[in-house]
Write a protein that binds this ligand. Structure first.
Ligand code: 13P
Length: 256
């Protein structure tokens, strides 16, 4: 069975005290995890080591960075390299979140460099893709995702791609309270899996975890997480309170 993942992307939220409480409360209130499920806290850089230390003895929990530099090292003030993350033993890092694409102008070339930096340092990318609202209303959404796949992750060789987790996050669903319907999510996840099978092979398609993100919460998680091609969620707002994040973790746990 593919790995099931519930990942909380905190974005630029929480003080250190809030961060500690959120992690401790989540760990305390979550059910005991089996091997099929991984829960990830994607926290801001300054909290990575604290988060890693707090979850150290808790099976089924880990941390992710939200970003890394597209450069290897050197005179890039303010940047954090993939090798620095590797030296802290951070196992995952988000790449290509729509906020990075849209607000920080990260294009396919930059994102491909980030993917390579992470993979060179043995960090698994959680690569995000997603269409804008107009792409959906123009019925252009499959082409948009296909283009993102082909210009970024599909440039990786088979062995590198096997380390990638995909997150489908329709931009119109992020932070809007308007999640993709079960039909919309399943259609896109199945499409992505078919594209992986065509690019690599069916074994690769079968083993790749594809997460859904965009207004996923305790009320709609059961429906979304039960879909054949949805392997979990990348959660923004609902990961900022332990009560709702634990509900999402427990929902996945009850399903698998
Ligand atoms: P929301 O869950 O707040 O819509 O955010 C989703 C997201 O962007 C996760 O990366």
């Amino acid at each position: 069975m593919r790995l099931k993942i519930v990942a909380g992307n905190w974005k630029m939220n929480n003080s250190i005290e809030e961060a500690q409480h959120l992690i401790n409360n989540t760990l305390e209130q979550s059910p005991k995890m089996g091997l099929n499920q991984l829960n990830i806290f994607a926290v801001p850089f300054p909290y990575l080591m604290m988060a890693k230390t707090l979850i150290a003895q808790n099976d089924g929990f880990t941390v992710a960075a939200q970003n890394c530099s597209s450069y290897e090292k050197g005179a890039y003030t303010g940047e954090v390299s993939a090798s620095m993350l590797a030296s802290l033993k951070i196992p995952f890092c988000l790449v290509g979140h729509s906020e990075r694409r849209n607000l920080f102008n990260e294009n396919a070339a930059i994102l491909y460099n980030k993917l390579n930096q992470l993979l060179l340092n043995n960090i698994s990318p959680i690569w995000c893709c997603g269409e804008q609202f107009e792409d959906r209303t123009n019925h252009n959404y499959l082409d948009v995702i296909s283009k993102q796949l082909n210009n970024e992750v599909f440039k990786l060789d088979r062995s590198s791609f096997s380390k990638v987790i995909i997150a489908y996050e329709p931009v119109w669903a992020i932070g809007t309270g308007l999640n993709a319907s079960a039909e919309q999510a399943q259609e896109m996840h199945q499409f992505i899996r078919n594209e992986i099978a065509t690019k690599y092979d069916s074994e690769m398609a079968e083993q790749t975890s594809i997460l859904y993100g965009g207004s996923c919460n305790a009320d709609n998680a059961k429906q979304l997480f039960s879909l054949t091609d949805v392997d979990g969620g990348l959660i923004g707002g609902a990961s900022l309170q332990s009560e709702s994040f634990v509900k999402l973790i427990s929902t996945m746990h009850e399903l698998y």
